[in-house]
Design a protein around this ligand. Structure first.
Ligand code: NAD
Length: 354
């Protein structure tokens, strides 16, 4: 298992260090794990003048999987756009062909009170959002800000999806649904957008190859509403890049803590980039108070999706659950009566439970 480790910025190095402890513990148990470090985001800009330095690209291409902390920081906000940390993230996703972004929204019974929704609405919630990651309006050309004849400026972007892009992500969606509750809801805006009409047509076509999966379609505005009205109706949600960006953040908040949510971004051969859903949290960086569980759970996803080791994935997830059952909490998920601990102590507790 060749893993490229990219701690990134802000709390990235702190939370990644805890996930690395877990990997080291697994290595101690006999797994053949190799880890090598490189810079991404602001750390890449600081070290090599580039948010996605060539050395990082080389390492990431050679690895089976990439473990990433997070990127971004206020000090980089004034840099020209190509130099900003987020560009490093977009470039590594595109460069590795990571078109399928998996974000589970799972509510642990111990944390059901952390949600802003009523506990009965979210208790037992287990949704998988699959967001297409390398197409859509985020990458479509042309884009820009132009000046019209009357002197007024106009911003424009292009929403684009080709059939093949839709088809490959749809296959991933149906395959995931087969391993879960066999329900897939495809989210689009086919009542208004031509891109979405094609999306719906292709998804419906791909569905014929997966007769065991119940396919439904939903407009994105309704999906946004249903996610807070009755979120447990969903199993797998399949959607495009921009809709998925927004819906996956909304779904993450159903769980109450962004510090608990892992993610995976996969290519066509299950090579993946694994990272927590949250950002670099510069407001709490360096204080040893960040929640490392999303990053540790990202390692579980890595074992499941890239290395096909469901047993190890479950072992890590069980260890996290055990630690929650012991009443251990970082500040973001703390409730009265629980024991508040820091980032390092949380990492140690998971390793012990493992
Ligand atoms: P954020 O997710 O970094 O932080 C939002 C809030 O959640 C903050 O109050 C933060 O302290 C808290 N938080 C986040 N992760 C936490 C954790 N593990 N434990 C405890 N609390 C946690 O989002 P933001 O503040 O909007 O963005 C900060 C920076 O991160 C920006 O530069 C942004 O561009 C970047 N960002 C990066 C990614 C990524 O690397 N994938 C994603 C989102 C934002």
């Amino acid at each position: 298992m060749k893993i490229a480790v990219l701690p990134g910025d802000g709390i990235g190095p702190e939370i990644v260090a805890q996930a690395v402890k877990v990997l080291e513990a697994l290595r101690g148990d006999g797994l053949k794990i190799e880890m090598e470090y490189a810079h991404l985001g602001g750390a890449g800009y600081d070290a090599a003048g580039d948010p996605f330095p060539p050395a990082t690209e080389k390492l990431a291409l050679a690895a089976d999987a990439v473990l990433l902390g997070a990127v971004g920081g206020y000090q980089y906000d004034t840099l020209p756009r190509p130099m900003r940390p987020e560009q490093g993230l977009l470039r590594i996703r595109k460069g590795l062909g990571l078109f399928a972004n998996l974000r589970p929204a799972l509510v642990y019974p111990e944390l059901a009170n952390a949600s802003s929704l009523k506990p009965e609405l979210v208790a037992g919630l287990d949704i998988m959002i699959l967001r297409e990651l390398t197409g859509d309006i985020y990458f479509g050309q042309p884009r820009g800000i132009r000046t019209l004849d009357n002197g007024e400026r106009q911003g424009f972007d292009t929403m684009l999806y080709s059939e093949s892009e839709i088809r490959r992500v749809a296959h991933v969606g149906f395959q995931i649904a087969m391993k879960r509750g066999k329900k897939l809801c495809s989210v689009d805006k086919a009542n208004v957008l031509d891109t979405s009409m094609l999306w719906r047509e292709i998804v419906t076509e791909v569905a014929k190859e997966y007769p065991a999966v119940a396919l439904s379609h939903m407009y994105v505005d309704n999906a946004a509403m249903q996610l807070v009205r009755a979120p447990k109706q969903f199993d797998v949600i399949l959607t495009g890049n921009i809709f998925g960006d927004i819906l996956s953040d909304e779904a993450s908040m159903l769980t109450g803590s962004i510090g608990m949510l892992p993610s995976a971004s996969l290519d066509a051969h299950n090579k993946g980039l694994y990272e927590p859903c949250h950002g670099s949290a510069p407001d709490i960086a360096g204080k040893d108070i960040a929640n490392p569980l999303a990053t540790i759970l990202s390692v579980a996803m890595m074992m499941r999706y890239t290395f096909a080791r469901e047993d190890i994935a479950q072992r890590i997830e069980t260890a996290v659950r055990k630690v929650l059952q012991q009443g251990l909490r970082t500040g973001d998920i703390y409730e009265t009566g629980m024991q508040k601990i820091g980032c390092t102590a949380m990492g140690d507790a998971v390793v012990t439970a493992l």
